[in-house]
Write a protein that binds this ligand. Structure first.
Ligand code: LLP
Length: 413
């Protein structure tokens, strides 16, 4: 287990708040932040985990925030991020490929810099508020991701302004007197060093082609974490040094210093989060042995959506790890849908994890679930959103209570 959440705490959380339940380790989040402190700005991609208490923790550590919707802007404000006049190092940046009308109104009201992924965003902002601070999100023509669905560059990706269309974007910036802060590239989630070098090269090339001055670059997020034990751990010093070389060339070209932002989600929060579920049934289905837990893909969708792996551990009712010989176990949830299986590959092929012989009432804990866990949950099958708990050493705080079924139904009454 990577978090410092102890077996005793797992048991206490489950007893006090019921299952399924999310838990996060605050100390681990702080440690991850420290690893990226060399960057001028760490901007948390809050889509990975948007609980306001997590955002508050990030803010207290000097981490700024990226918002991708009106809801995420309001969350950042509640967490204490204050939009300010200076556009460089703005506490909140709004990143998207379009601006809906409500979001447009709010970012203009608050002067929140907008990272624009389409020319229409520039036009609409320019019409609403000449002089508005903007970033340009560039699609450099290639991407990379742990799944096709998390690759955010290249012709198949909807994200960013295509690198061959950038001169038109710069013309719009000039036409509307928008204030260009910087260039941004995020080519996908799941870093590898080959692609990293290509992004650095592409960024340098684009800076050279940009007719306007720049205060900053953002290198996006995408830093991976080892979900499987044989997956590499990102060497953040190496990662920084590769970007530092690119940055020096960029600064030489521009003739002044720039600020270098990194925009991670997963790296800061994934390993700090677990999902605690209870084993409620077990059965043999042909050659497969199934264990059923009370969490479903409405809670943790990554295995169903991307075939993602989350290590599962089994715990006795007192929280201690269950020992003994293991057997290949398919772990499934309660949803009325065949894809509600936590052990599967991309494309839906059912696999298994080796688990000890468990009993109903055991806790099955899903690891590395802090990123894109709670934030991607839904009410599918009319299941309420589940609680979130923040552990900080021995302290424990309920940071989201369980939604009630009444609340879920209320919107329709
Ligand atoms: N910046 C931008 C503009 C992004 O679109 C994203 C992620 C990030 C930063 C943060 O990426 P990260 O460091 O977390 O990899 N739901 C998928 C991941 C989707 C990522 C979408 N954009 C998953 O569960 O793996």
């Amino acid at each position: 287990m990577k978090t410092a959440i102890s077996p005793a705490q797992i048991q206490q959380i489950a007893e006090k708040h019921g299952t399924p339940c999310w838990a996060y380790d605050a100390q681990m989040i702080r440690r991850q932040i420290q690893q990226l402190k060399q960057f001028d700005v760490i901007r948390f991609a809050q889509k990975s985990c948007s609980n306001i208490h997590i955002l508050r923790l990030m803010r207290e550590q000097g981490v700024l925030v990226d918002s991708v919707s009106l809801g995420e802007v309001e969350r950042a404000l509640v967490a204490g991020y204050q939009p300010q006049e200076a556009a460089e190092h703005a506490p909140i940046v709004f990143t998207a490929d379009l601006l809906d009308r409500a979001a447009l109104k709010r970012v203009v009201e608050l002067n929140i810099p907008v990272n624009c992924g389409s020319p229409q965003m520039l036009e609409q902002l320019g019409q609403a508020h000449p002089g508005h601070p903007v970033w340009i999100r560039i699609n450099p023509g290639f991407g990379h991701g742990h799944s096709r669905k998390t690759n955010t560059g290249g012709e198949q990706s909807k994200h960013g302004i295509w690198f061959e269309e950038l001169q038109q974007a710069y013309a719009l910036i000039q036409q509307y007197g928008l204030q260009l802060i910087g260039l941004h590239m995020h080519i996908g989630s799941g870093v590898d060093y080959d692609h990293l070098q290509s992004v650095c090269d592409a960024m340098l090339e684009q800076v050279k082609l940009c007719p306007l001055d720049l205060q900053a670059i953002s290198i996006g997020g995408g830093l991976s974490i080892p979900y499987q034990s044989d997956e590499p751990i990102v060497d953040t010093a190496h990662y920084f040094s590769i970007w530092q070389q690119a940055r020096e060339k960029i600064e030489k070209h521009l003739g002044h210093r720039i600020s270098m932002e990194i925009e991670p989600g997963r790296f800061l929060i994934a390993e700090a989060g677990i999902l605690i579920s209870e084993l409620r049934a077990q059965k043999r289905v042909g050659s497969n042995f199934f264990a059923f837990v009370d969490a479903g893909f409405n809670d943790l969708v990554r295995p169903s959506m991307y075939g993602s792996y989350h290590k599962i551990t089994a715990h006795l009712a007192d929280g201690s790890l269950r020992a003994g010989p293991t057997r290949p176990t398919v772990v499934a949830g309660p949803l009325c849908e065949s894809g509600d299986v936590f052990t599967q590959e991309e494309g839906g092929v059912v696999t298994h994890q080796d688990l000890p012989a468990c009993e109903v009432g055991d806790y099955l804990v899903f690891h590395d679930a802090g990123a894109y866990g709670a934030s991607m949950s839904s009410n599918y099958n009319s299941r309420p959103l589940i609680p979130e708990v923040l552990i900080d050493g021995q302290a424990s705080a309920l940071i989201r209570r369980r939604q009630t079924i009444q609340e879920l139904i209320a919107l329709e009454q």
